[in-house]
Design a protein. Structure first.
Length: 268
């Protein structure tokens, strides 16, 4: 009978363990660089003066103030809500990264290789915010962000694009490069009033997938966005993601789950 000596067996196990501890992490790092999922959120800051909205308190409706704006620095704004989240960590903050953008944040999901770039646009330039969002949906205006020697792809190269804010298309039309520049699949979340009606013709041109958008008036706050993203990271179906969004909206707005489901819909 062939017998393996315990000493030899222990040595072999130790070698395998050493390989796992020293080599596998580096292999994983290489894989994560190539497989990162990216999300780009375009936020048009709430602006009492420059947008056709029902005025909100002055502090919340200053479209040039990132610190207390309703859709950014306030409690349920994108910046404040994601900074408080136990699922995300803020990696960097950049002021005035480009014209019309007052602040840019880069977040990393703690449990997956997912990065989120959020841009706070000066509320005065909501038209440009809308154009930039739609052009990105067509695969245009790619943005490269360097982090820890990794190149992360946003703008038209992001996997998921989101618009948050007032639906300016209720007051104006836009023109831009809305014809797809490639065949890559992009998902879209549009949290704005009656966004399905006003964004539909544009999104059909870009050929993006409307993951979540709205059929009526709504409060475009970050809990809805985060809940939808939670499902997207888990590769859930469009209906499951929409259900997460509806559940979150009902939880905070107390509107009834049926009402939330009628408001937040998926697909064309």
């Amino acid at each position: 009978m062939f017998v393996i000596k315990p000493k030899i067996l222990r040595l072999d196990c130790m070698r395998k363990l050493l390989f796992i501890l020293l080599v596998i992490p580096f292999l994983s790092m290489g894989q994560s660089e190539n497989n990162a999922k990216t999300i780009h959120v375009f936020v048009a800051l709430c602006d009492n003066v420059n947008q056709g909205i029902v005025p909100v308190p002055k502090k919340l409706g200053n479209g040039q103030d990132v610190n207390s704006n309703l859709y950014w620095g306030a409690m349920y704004g994108v910046k404040a809500y994601f900074k408080r989240s136990k699922d995300w960590v803020l990696l960097s903050t950049t002021l005035n990264p480009k014209e019309n953008i007052l602040e840019r944040l880069l977040f990393k999901h703690k449990m997956s290789n997912t990065y989120l770039l959020a841009d706070a646009y000066n509320g005065k330039y909501i038209r440009q915010t809308t154009i930039d969002f739609l052009e990105a949906n067509a695969g245009n205006n790619g943005i490269k962000i360097e982090y820890n020697s990794n190149e992360l792809c946003f703008g038209g190269d992001a996997n998921l694009l989101s618009y948050v804010g007032h639906d300016g298309l209720m007051e104006f039309e836009v023109e831009g490069r809305f014809t797809p520049s490639n065949t890559s699949k992009r998902d879209a979340i549009i949290l704005a009033c009656i966004s399905k009606n006003y964004f539909k013709s544009y999104l059909e041109k870009t050929q993006s997938n409307p993951l979540v958008w709205t059929t009526g008036l709504m409060a475009p706050e970050a809990y809805t966005l985060k809940s939808a993203i939670d499902g997207w990271i888990l590769n859930e179906t469009d209906l499951q993601i929409r259900e997460r969004a509806a559940q979150a909206y009902h939880k905070y707005q107390k509107c009834g789950i049926r009402g939330a489901r009628n408001l937040l819909v998926t697909g064309y």
